[in-house]
Ligand binder design. Structure first.
Ligand SMILES: C[S@@+](CC[C@H](N)C(=O)[O-])C[C@H]1O[C@@H](n2cnc3c(N)ncnc32)[C@H](O)[C@@H]1O
Length: 423
C-alpha cells in the first residue's frame, strides 16, 4: 500500500482530498502509513461508518463499523472549501410552517448566548407588549441593529400568541446543508446489506462482488470532498460504486446546469491461478457503470432509467520492453537528462549528439555510437573541460574515446524503465 499511496499523493490536486476506508484489522497500520505518506498536518479526521444494522454474534465483540481516514493536501483550503451534507428526510421534517410564512417552512433557534456583551444586553418588546431581557448570565446572540433588521424581515418568532421569548427563524429554502462530523450511521449512508442489494438490483446477483460499499456512503464523501466539475479517482474500484455515486450527483447537477464531476476508476481483474478468467473490472465494474449510465431492467423486471453520462473502458497491459526499444524518443531522454543534471531544458534539435554547456561539467547525450559522433565528441573535449557523456553503450564509448576528464554514464535505469531501453 505504501507505493500506491505515494502514487496517489502525486496525483492529488493542490486542493485534493483522499479518503481511505479500512476495517478494524488494519486501521493502525494504515493510519501510520497515511501519516508517513501524507504527514500528520494533512490529517483531517477519522470517520466511523456503521456498516451493520443487526448484531454480529459470531465474534467475541461484534464488528459493526469501518473507518474512513480523511487527509487533505492543504487542510486550510479544505476547511474553507469543504461541502456540506444535503438535508435528509428527517432533517427536512424539522422545518414546519405553523404561521403560513410566505418564505415557506422554517425552524427556530434561540437567540440567547452565554456571556455578557454590553451591546447585546438590550430589551426586546414582543408584539403583545411583553418585555424580554436575556436570561441571567446570558446575552442576546445579535446586536440590536441586526435584531431589528431580522424582525423587520419577519425572521423573528415570538410564539403562536406573539408573547414568547424571541427566536430566530431559519428557512428550509435557505438551508445549505449540514456540517459533516465523524459519525456516519447506517440510516444516513447505508450498510453492507444495502450495498449488496444495490449490486443485485443492477446485475441480478448478490454474489457478483463480495465487498461493495453503499452508494449513499460514497455520495456523502463526494458531497464533502468535491465540487461540480471535479475529477474523482478511485484506484480500488471494485464493483464501481464510485462511478454510480458520481453519476447520481451528476444527474442532480445537470438539472441545476452545474458542470458534471468526472471519474477515473481503476481495478485489477482479481484473476487468480484457480480462476484465471475472472475479470471483476470488466464483468462487474464496467458492466455496472454501463447499466447505471444507460438504464437497465432490474431484478424484478422493472425498467430503471439511466442516469446519463458516458464512459470509456480501457485496458492496461504491460508492454514488453523489447517493443519499447523501437519507440524510444531521444527528445524525451535528452530533456530528462538535462533536468537531472542541470535542472534546465534547452530546445531539442534532432541529431545523434546533444550538448549542454554548463559552468562546471558539460553534459552530452550520445544517441548512438558512430564515427561522426566520436569525432564530434573528441573535438569538443579536446578543450579539457570536464564532461559527462550519457550513452546507451558506455563500455564501447570508453574504448573508442579513452579520456581522463570524461565520465561515460549509462542512461539511468529510471529513464530506461520510463521510456524503454533506447537505441
Ligand atoms: C474493497 S474493494 C473496493 C470496493 C469498492 N469500494 C466497491 O464499492 O465495490 C477493493 C478492490 O481493489 C482491487 N484491487 C486490489 N489491489 C489492486 C491493485 N493493485 N490495483 C487495482 N485494484 C486493486 C480489488 O480487486 C478490489 O476489487
Amino acid at each position: 500500500m505504501y507505493r500506491r499511496l505515494t502514487l496517489a499523493k502525486d496525483l492529488l490536486a493542490e486542493d485534493g482530498v483522499i479518503v481511505v476506508s479500512i476495517d478494524d484489522n488494519e486501521i493502525f497500520h494504515l493510519g501510520l502509513l497515511m501519516q508517513q505518506v501524507f504527514g500528520e498536518r494533512s490529517r483531517i479526521a477519522t470517520c466511523i461508518w456503521q456498516k451493520r444494522y443487526s448484531r454480529e454474534n459470531r465474534e467475541a465483540i461484534g464488528d459493526a463499523h469501518e473507518y474512513l481516514l480523511v487527509y487533505a493536501r492543504d487542510p486550510e483550503r479544505f476547511k474553507a472549501q469543504r461541502g456540506r451534507i444535503p438535508l435528509g428526510e428527517k432533517q427536512r421534517a424539522l422545518y414546519k410552517n405553523p404561521d403560513n410564512d410566505p418564505k415557506g417552512a422554517w425552524q427556530s433557534v434561540s437567540i440567547s448566548a452565554q456571556g455578557y456583551r454590553p451591546n447585546q444586553m438590550y430589551e426586546i418588546v414582543a408584539p403583545n407588549g411583553n418585555r424580554h431581557v436575556p436570561p441571567e448570565g446570558r446575552c442576546w446572540s445579535l446586536i440590536e441593529d441586526e435584531f431589528n433588521k431580522l424582525r423587520k424581515d419577519g425572521r423573528i418568532y415570538f410564539g403562536a400568541k406573539g408573547d414568547g421569548v424571541p427566536r430566530r427563524k431559519y428557512y428550509l429554502s435557505e438551508a445549505d446543508g449540514l456540517v459533516p462530523w465523524t459519525w456516519w450511521p447506517h440510516e444516513e449512508v447505508g450498510h453492507t446489506d444495502e450495498a449488496r442489494k444495490e449490486i443485485q438490483d443492477i446485475l441480478g446477483t448478490q454474489t457478483a462482488f463480495d465487498t461493495p460499499k453503499p452508494v449513499r456512503l460514497i455520495e456523502r464523501i463526494l458531497y464533502i470532498a468535491t465540487r461540480p466539475g471535479d475529477l474523482v479517482l478511485d484506484f480500488f474500484a471494485g464493483s464501481g460504486t464510485t462511478a454510480h455515486a458520481v453519476a447520481k450527483l451528476n444527474h442532480e447537477a445537470t438539472q441545476k446546469s452545474l458542470p458534471p464531476r468526472r471519474y477515473i476508476l481503476v481495478s485489477s481483474t482479481e484473476a487468480t491461478v484457480d480462476r484465471p478468467i475472472k475479470n471483476v473490472c470488466r464483468d462487474v465494474c464496467a458492466e455496472r457503470v454501463r447499466r447505471i449510465v444507460q438504464g437497465y431492467k432490474n431484478k424484478k423486471g422493472k425498467d430503471i432509467a439511466g442516469l446519463g453520462g458516458s464512459f470509456a473502458y480501457l485496458r492496461c497491459s504491460r508492454i514488453p520492453l523489447g517493443r519499447l526499444h523501437t519507440t524510444i524518443r531521444h527528445d524525451q531522454v535528452w530533456v530528462a537528462l538535462q533536468q537531472l543534471h542541470a535542472g534546465i531544458v534547452s530546445p531539442y534539435t534532432p541529431g545523434d549528439l546533444h550538448a549542454l554547456e554548463v559552468s562546471d561539467v558539460d553534459l552530452y547525450y550520445a544517441a548512438r555510437v558512430s564515427p561522426p559522433v566520436i569525432a564530434a565528441l573528441e573535438k569538443r573535449v579536446r578543450r579539457k573541460k570536464s564532461a559527462v557523456v550519457y550513452t546507451w553503450q558506455p563500455g564501447l564509448m570508453r574504448q573508442r574515446l579513452a579520456c581522463d576528464h570524461i565520465v561515460f554514464e549509462k542512461i539511468p535505469d529510471v529513464l530506461a524503465a520510463r521510456f524503454g531501453g533506447g537505441r
